[in-house]
Design a protein around this ligand. Structure first.
Ligand SMILES: *Cc1c(COP(=O)(O)O)cnc(C)c1O
Length: 851
């Protein structure tokens, strides 16, 4: 590795072994011309690929082709593809270091990557070569693709967004290092037992993870606990220092983040916790084997599991340990690897750390601690640097989702950080009081420290005070942040607030997920659209072209057929062709309102079985749900049970069997999304207005030609504006109407009383029809809707059903529907995460591509 051959002060092997430095260079001086030449890729030929693949199989897996298992073959294929990427990877890392380019440090507790193989083959332009090479070895590449277990290192939208963003930055040639956590167990694997969700551990590492490169030589020590003390240093300055009580080691694992066929390969660095002292030998020798590894078990717990929460913070000590662990590792790592001359004052020229929600916000006092306590900068200079190095993305509007840490816990785990936060707050409040004299209420409202129900640090406020910029993730969301959640801050610092509407990577969610559509687009527009997605607008005229629409419809049908084959194999369900495919896939949460979707299904069913509507008058539909519920979220889990119970009754009722089907494949993840989304006709985006920050599922579905039925919420607003009202089914209260209704007092029960169809629907559920006569089973869900209904499902019911009636009517004219679907694709190019990245660069980061 040429990268490492940087002549440094020679050190002997023994010195190198004992050195504390993270930059122990090799002492050798290579002379062989090969050792001095740049690292090169293997030849891009079938023969070259076969040779590399067999070498991997024989030397790395240690088997012959004839004796190899599918897993051996998959691992060897993955490693072979790696060979093609590593030359550029090493080169890019060197370049970023040498040119001192400003980098994006994307700090995120979650990266929901999805499978890697397909993307790596696409990025390195090896799809055909690899397929032919494996075929020549007698192997079907599809079998190996299916062998990959996706790393589920995220919950949903937020983690997937991070994965889309690093893909886009690599594709745009912008140097970025993603920093996160290598959870040993990612998001749980969902199974259903008698219709109820049962969580299984996701042991994604068991069969080997060929995409990661461990770097034990870059391990970082992370301290916890203890106390602080003040002392006077040599030049008479009074300083603080932290005397921690315990520590762990952060072990980095690198992952390649290849750009799309552009030679750029960025890095994702995920941290794994290990004990600083793995093993207590005297204890072991005395025979207490469990005690001997206690420290190790304790340390490794930190990165053992992903918290399976979405939209509600956990508030657990281990969670704070995870957060501090990964940001402390990441900041130390960046300084060690990129600030080689040790001049930390140059940091703002070298990096902008983007905080993906509040999970990494403890990085703010951590950087202050490093600059003040270790680098001995004075406070004001350190604060000026810190403010330039961070920017904050807020991802929510739900007050209960805003993260807070009690000062009791923070002070116990990170005593020095709490002191730093107090000082940041004192200086900030002094500014506020100066700006608004005699307005103590405002100062109290803006304080980083909240007092009720307990004294706690408001992480969103800390991020807002520290960040150079604060952004929301869709126009409406950013507006509501300014007007409501962070109102006082936006008044004080109007220029700090900005919007960047989310996006999704078209490489994964169009090209890989929907090869049929991608081919049609390339045939029609030529190449280039995949990295310039606004070019999809050139498809507009083809919406009027009957031949094009026929091709488009044929692709949609083929995608449905593929999905149905998968669901039959996976879940044993057989689905009818030619139904409207109605898809609601996203985390299970009350604000997303899967229950409203369910009310529509039950209402339709009720109308048929009571004879209000004849089955043959109904537009045949198949409803697909995909959703995991947080294991401790009772109502969400009951909703899953109800969906499965409704599915069972509806699917086996002969009265509706030709027109209604409900399916709920277990374990919705990125891999399932990639097959489901391209098959969808209708995209359900039905959150209560003002609750969904953006949504990205809505974008994936529109880009694959599904029409949206949705509320005026999140990025739906922008989707509707772009695709046009006549190609979007809008319903429901608007955000101001929600606020008004809330203010005057919302009584869900009144909607039940005044709408007979709503009453019949809820009564059918309450009657035990879907629970074998058991009236008690779903009573809590029904009561929740009738007497609480925080997210106003009942208020939007009528409007939702009206919009669904329009969907039914529209779908009858298949040709008009196809035209709308094509226009959805043509007008959704804005939702590429490449565009999101350009916006971050222009409005927040001010970084540049390497070339
Ligand atoms: C895109 C995506 C999400 C986010 O979906 P929303 O509808 O925006 O909530 C969640 N999970 C997976 C697996 C995804 O791919």
């Amino acid at each position: 590795m040429l990268d490492a051959v940087k002549p440094e002060t020679p050190v002997t092997a023994d010195e190198a072994q004992t050195s504390e430095s993270h930059h122990v260079g090799p002492s050798f001086q290579p002379t062989h011309p090969l050792a001095l030449a740049p690292v090169t890729s293997p030849p891009h030929t079938v023969d070259g690929f076969v040779k590399e693949f067999l070498a991997e199989l024989n030397t790395n897996a240690g088997v012959t082709l004839s004796r190899s298992t599918v897993n051996d073959q998959y691992l060897s294929l993955a490693r072979t593809v790696r060979h093609y990427l590593s030359a550029r990877w090493l080169e890019n890392t060197r370049k970023a270091r040498e040119t001192k380019a400003k980098m994006v440090g994307y700090l995120s507790a979650e990266f929901l990557l999805g499978r890697q193989l397909g993307n790596a083959l696409l990025a390195s332009d090896l799809e055909e070569i690899a397929e032919q090479a494996l075929a020549a070895c007698g192997i079907d590449i599809a079998t190996l693709r299916a062998q990959e277990v996706e790393p589920g290192l995220g919950n949903g939208g937020l983690g997937r967004l991070a994965a889309c963003f690093i893909d886009s930055l690599a594709t745009m040639g912008v140097p970025c290092i993603g920093y996160g956590i290598r959870y040993e167990y990612g998001i749980f694997r969902q199974t259903f037992v008698d219709g109820r969700q049962v969580e299984q551990p996701d042991s994604w590492l068991t069969l080997g993870s060929p995409w990661e490169f461990p770097h034990p030589e870059h391990a970082v020590q992370v301290d916890f606990g203890g106390h602080t003390e003040t002392y006077v240093d040599a030049d008479g300055t009074s300083r603080s220092r932290w005397i921690p009580a315990w520590n762990v080691l952060g072990m980095p694992y690198n992952y390649m983040v290849p750009g799309y066929q552009n030679g750029q390969v960025n890095t994702l660095r995920l941290w794994s916790a290990q004990a600083t002292q793995a093993f207590d030998l005297p204890t072991f020798n005395s025979g207490d084997y469990a005690d001997a590894v206690r420290a190790q078990t304790f340390a490794e717990n930190i990165t053992k599991v992903l918290y399976p929460e979405d939209s509600t913070p956990q508030g657990k000590e281990l969670r704070l340990q995870q957060q501090y662990f990964f940001v402390a590792c990441s900041i130390r790592d960046f300084l060690d690897r990129f600030i080689l001359d040790g001049d930390v004052t140059t940091l703002p020229e070298r990096v902008i750390f983007q905080l993906n929600d509040t999970h990494p916000v403890i990085a703010v006092p951590e950087l202050m601690r490093v600059l003040v306590d270790i680098e001995k900068l004075d406070w004001d200079e350190a604060w000026a640097i810190t403010q330039k190095c961070f920017a904050y993305t807020c991802h929510t509007l739900l007050p209960e989702a805003l993260e807070v840490w009690s000062t009791e816990l923070l002070g116990r785990l990170l005593p020095r950080h709490l002191e730093i936060i107090y000082r940041i707050n004192d200086e900030f409040l002094a500014e506020v009081r100066a700006a608004y004299p005699n307005d103590e209420l405002r100062a109290r409202q803006m304080s980083i420290i909240g007092e009720y129900p307990e004294r706690a640090v408001r992480m969103a406020y800390l991020a807002t005070v520290a960040g150079s910029k604060v952004n929301g993730v869709a126009e409406l969301h950013s507006q509501l942040l300014r007007d409501k959640v962070l109102h006082d801050f936006s008044e004080y610092w109007p220029e700090k607030f900005t919007n960047v509407t989310n996006g999704v990577t078209p490489r994964r969610f169009i090209r890989l997920a929907n090869p049929g559509l991608s081919e049609l687009i390339t045939e029609t527009l030529g190449t280039g659209w995949l990295t310039d997605l606004e070019r999809l607008e050139e498809l507009e005229p083809y919406a009027e072209d009957a031949g094009f629409r026929d091709s488009f419809v044929a692709i949609k049908e083929a995608n449905k057929a593929k999905l149905y084959r998968l669901l039959q194999a996976r879940d044993g369900v057989v689905l009818p062709e030619h139904h409207l495919l109605d898809v609601m896939v996203k985390r299970l949460h009350e604000y997303k309102r899967q229950s409203l979707k369910l009310l529509h299904i039950v209402s339709t069913y009720e109308q048929i079985i009571t004879g209000k509507v004849a089955a043959d008058e109904v537009t045949p539909r198949t409803f697909v749900f995909g959703a995991k519920a947080a294991p401790g979220y009772r109502i969400a889990k009951e909703t899953i049970h109800l969906i499965n119970s409704v599915a069972q009754v509806v699917n086996s009722d002969p009265l509706v069997k030709d027109v209604l089907k409900v399916v709920f494949p277990a374990n919705y993840n990125v891999t399932l999304a990639e097959t489901l989304i391209p098959a969808a006709d209708l995209s359900e985006q039905i959150s209560l207005a003002g609750k969904e920050a953006s949504g990205t599922g809505n974008m994936k579905l529109a880009l694959n030609g599904a029409l949206t039925i949705g509320t005026d919420d999140g990025a739906n607003v922008e989707i509707r504006k772009l695709v046009g009202d006549e190609h979007f089914f809008l319903f429901g209260l608007t955000e101001p109407e929600v606020a008004e209704l809330q203010a005057k007092g919302y009584h869900a029960h009144e909607y039940y009383e005044s709408n007979p169809q709503l009453k019949a629907t809820l009564d059918l559920i309450a009657s035990g029809h879907f629970s074998g006569g058991d009236r008690g089973l779903f009573e809590p869900l029904v009561s929740n809707l009738l007497y609480d209904d925080r997210f106003m499902a009942l208020a939007d019911f009528e409007s939702y059903l009206d919009a669904q009636a329009k969907v039914d009517a529209s779908y009858v004219d298949q040709d008009a529907w196809a035209r709308s679907a094509v226009l959805n694709v043509a007008r959704s190019g804005f939702f590429s995460s490449d565009r999101s990245m350009r916006d971050y660069i222009d409005r927040i980061w001010h970084t540049h591509p390497l070339r």
